[in-house]
Design a binder for this molecule. Structure first.
Ligand SMILES: NC(=O)c1ccc[n+]([C@@H]2O[C@H](COP(=O)([O-])OP(=O)(O)OC[C@H]3O[C@@H](n4cnc5c(N)ncnc54)[C@H](O)[C@@H]3O)[C@@H](O)[C@H]2O)c1
Length: 426
């Protein structure tokens, strides 16, 4: 008799919830998360991350629980817990290890465990498998199988949704690779790419984000050079972009828990095996220093206008880590705000997507909903769609004479700004 596939998803955040709901169209799914609060919301068909609409929960064969025993009847486990770095930028594998321990307690002969969390090449088999074996008292490959399938979803992106992105799958042997490929193939319309090993699949994910990080770092470095040469980076990129093989990357703030974090997983492993990754780490440094570069440029211009910094105020539009999301974790905008405050500039912050209580809890900041005064500086820090599509005229009334406008993503570059304003961007 072929056993019915019952899937347990461990960690129901940006990655775990969409995968759980996608599988729940075809299989019985149990979603497990250690956050009681999150599970309570999910039971009411509310996604606390605001990515998934309530109607997408309708008709799905899914239950949610904060108790690991609820997973006991499952035979496939998908782990999608966070893999952050600590304050020294070293991988923090605590959530991954804890989730693996939980799976270990309910693992049975014949079960398959698939990891989706982003990790360094080797982590699944070197760190997770021994925990599974130890807790379950079962033997890897003989008794249970393991696979790795990295997630590529892009929060805020309504085009590249889970089923529309080719999924890389891998397994500990040919049998598990075939099984995992068929499983994902049943929900992914864009197709499956079978990697030759778990390590290859782990490495593939980590270099996708590392490549982006390094390319953006190059753009941020160019922005520093062109600032000194007094030419517009945007205009240079526009001109260079007319060549067929020029890659379209732009300078910007690199925050969040993927692009700014994942490269450290690779550099950690590289250093473990005796290689010092110079390009990747210098890219990280450049991107981490971009908020300071922006604040210096603003301050330099205020001083040129003979303004007293302690009498200046700035209005910042956007605090999320990137456009069109409500997620504020690891936002680089906060570094920019803190830099300006260091120079005694008063800062007010607005964001059409971030939740007030999140901003208060994470950064101790009160978001404002309408501008409170006339500001010397306007910073458009995040390119939410609603900011891109609005007219700059809406903001003119809230700015003093000769305001400084720092447009991080150059979204107002084609708008008619008043002659007296100083328009800056990266
Ligand atoms: N967010 C993205 O865009 C994205 C894209 C691709 C890959 N990833 C990777 O996917 C993984 C998950 O990221 P995310 O953004 O979904 O994180 P998240 O913070 O949105 O969600 C993770 C969830 O796991 C839960 N959790 C933590 N420890 C747990 C445990 N021991 N047992 C059960 N649940 C636990 C948390 O309560 C949370 O709800 C990370 O490795 C991340 O790098 C994220």
């Amino acid at each position: 008799m072929i056993e019915k596939t019952r899937i347990g998803v461990i960690g129901l955040g940006y990655v775990g919830l969409p995968i759980a709901l996608a599988f729940a169209e075809k299989y019985e799914v149990v979603g497990f998360d250690i956050s009681d609060e999150k599970v309570a919301q999910l039971k009411k068909s509310i996604d606390p991350s605001d990515e998934i609409d309530t109607k997408e929960f309708e008709g799905k064969n899914i239950s949610f629980s904060a108790t690991v025993e609820a997973l006991a009847s499952c035979n496939v486990y998908i782990v999608a817990v966070p893999t952050p770095v600590d304050k020294h930028k070293v991988p923090n594998l605590v959530p991954l290890k804890k989730a693996t321990e939980s799976v270990g307690t309910i693992l049975k002969k014949g079960d398959t465990v698939i990891y989706e969390s982003t990790v360094y090449p080797g982590c699944t088999e070197e760190v997770c498998v021994p925990i599974l074996e130890h807790i379950s008292d079962l033997k890897y490959i003989t008794d249970f199988k393991v696979g790795y399938s990295p997630e590529r979803i892009n929060p805020g992106d309504k085009k590249h949704t889970l089923s529309q992105i080719v999924k890389v799958v891998s397994g500990c042997d040919q049998e598990s690779l075939a099984k995992i490929g068929t499983l994902y193939g049943s929900i992914i319309e864009a197709g499956i790419h079978s990697a030759s090993s778990i390590k290859v699949a782990e490495a593939a994910k980590i270099i996708e984000n590392t490549q982006r990080d390094v390319n953006i770092a190059l753009m941020n470095e160019l922005a520093i050079i062109f600032d000194k040469l007094d030419i517009s980076t945007h205009e240079v990129l526009e001109a260079a972009g007319t060549k067929w093989n020029f890659l379209k990357f732009y300078p910007g703030l690199v925050g969040g828990h993927c692009i700014g974090v994942d490269p450290y997983y690779l550099t950690y492993k590289a250093q473990q095996v005796g290689y010092d990754p110079e390009v990747i780490l210098s890219g990280r440094r450049i991107n981490d220093n971009t908020p300071q570069f922006i604040s210096k440029k603003i301050i330099r211009n205020l001083l040129k206008q003979n303004k007293k910094l302690s009498e200046c105020s700035a209005l910042v539009k956007g605090i999320t880590f990137k456009e069109n999301v409500s997620d504020i974790r690891n936002s680089k905008v906060i570094d920019l705000i803190n830099e300006l405050k260091e120079f005694s500039i008063e800062v007010d912050v607005m964001d059409s997507r971030a939740k007030e209580q999140d901003v208060q809890r994470e950064y101790g900041l009160e978001l404002i909903s309408v501008p409170k005064k006339k500001y010397e500086v306007l910073i458009i820090a995040v390119a939410h769609d609603e900011y891109v599509h609005e007219s700059f005229d809406n903001w003119k009334g809230f700015l003093t004479d000769n305001p400084i406008i720092f447009d991080v993503r150059s979204i107002y570059k084609d708008q008619n700004l008043s002659e007296s304003s100083i328009y800056l961007s990266l």
